[in-house]
Ligand binder design. Structure first.
Ligand SMILES: O=C(O)CCC(=O)C(=O)O
Ligand SMILES: [Fe+2]
Length: 325
């Protein structure tokens, strides 16, 4: 399997043939590996530098300050997760990574917030990093715009209206995430054995697509159809894009939600910044018109985007299992 590098700059020009070419390349990548790199996107190198520095500054804060905004203190799954807070692969110890999740920042009295939609609400921000909220929210908006651009190419590829996804992102569940993979020490697993934990256990992503920036350390691996792990090495000025479960459901598995994991070189410290493109809570995710032959039953039952996300988070975060037990 190879992971193609696709130049998406034609999506920003008034050139239907160029757009169609990009859509075909994406369609091909999504049907085979579920992963591709993009170049020719509008996120500047200066912005990436700013975000990388901000992630480093955030994780360097005193633990007490990070724990004051712990994700388990949030009603809507936002904030800081310490190492092993998330366990993406149930056969492995918890992931050896720290995380910070932010999303659409809704005031506590916003009408969308309530028990029916438990992923909406305010963000938790660190108090001592100047400009943190503004920088994060600006980058969030720009990544969402990029995500919608890629979705417009996916819509073309699927032969549905190019703007099909546009009205599904009024109040998106999309999440901007900082990840820090500290050097991995040996830990004791459930059987009392000493093991080196994985950075991020094997998993598929939950949303439509993920747009990932990774630093130059490496360690991201993607599983091919034969079960072999292949490297998705860092390439300067690109993002790695992959298909998530929601798009697999929407496309009736035309597009694969490919398992991936992170094993950085031992002793290395790694940073990455994924952006998860996820639509409004109430978005109906059911088989698209061209993805199921007449008379055939779609593989997946319809589900709302929000209910799907909650189901996924509940499976991978101990704090959510304690709450629901
Ligand atoms: O850190 C990475 O390179 C990948 C992270 C990832 O797969 C995820 O957060 O879903
Ligand atoms: Fe992932």
């Amino acid at each position: 399997m190879n992971i193609p590098l696709i130049d998406i700059s034609p999506l920003y020009q008034n050139d239907p043939a160029g757009k169609r070419k990009v859509a075909n390349a994406i369609d091909n990548a999504c049907q085979h590996s579920g992963f591709f790199y993009i170049k020719g996107h509008p996120i500047s190198a200066e912005r990436i530098h700013t975000m990388r520095t901000l992630a480093q500054d955030f994780f360097a804060l005193p633990m007490a300050e990070k724990q004051a905004i712990a994700i388990r203190l949030s009603n809507n799954h936002r904030g800081y997760g310490e190492t092993a807070a998330e366990q993406l692969d149930p056969t492995q110890p918890g992931d050896w990574k720290e995380s910070f999740d932010m999303g659409l920042n809704l005031a506590p009295d916003h009408p969308l917030i309530g028990p029916q939609r438990p992923l909406y609400g305010p963000n938790q921000y660190p108090q001592t990093l100047a400009g943190f909220q503004h920088t994060m929210e600006t980058h969030y908006r720009d990544m969402l715009t990029l995500g919608k651009k890629i979705l417009s190419a996916l819509a073309l590829a699927l032969n549905i209206n190019e703007d099909f996804f546009d009205d599904k992102f009024e109040h998106p569940l999309s999440v901007l995430r900082f990840l820090h993979y500290p050097p991995r020490p040996a830990v004791t697993d459930a059987n009392g054995k000493q093991v080196i934990p994985v950075g991020a256990g094997s998993h598929t992503d939950y949303g439509c697509i993920t747009i990932l920036w990774q630093d130059e350390i490496g360690g991201l691996q993607v599983q091919d159809v034969n079960g072999h792990w292949i490297d998705a090495p860092p390439i300067a000025d690109t993002f790695v894009i992959n298909i998530g479960n929601m798009m697999a459901r929407w496309s009736n598995d035309r597009y694969k939600s490919t398992p991936h994991r992170v094993y950085s070189p031992s002793g290395a410290e790694r940073y990455s910044i994924p952006f998860f493109v996820e639509p409004d809570f109430d978005t109906d995710v059911s088989c698209l018109p061209n993805c199921c032959a007449a008379g055939e039953t779609p593989k997946y039952a319809p589900i709302s985007a929000g209910d799907w996300m909650i189901y996924c988070f509940n499976n991978t975060y101990a704090y959510r299992q304690e709450e629901t037990a």
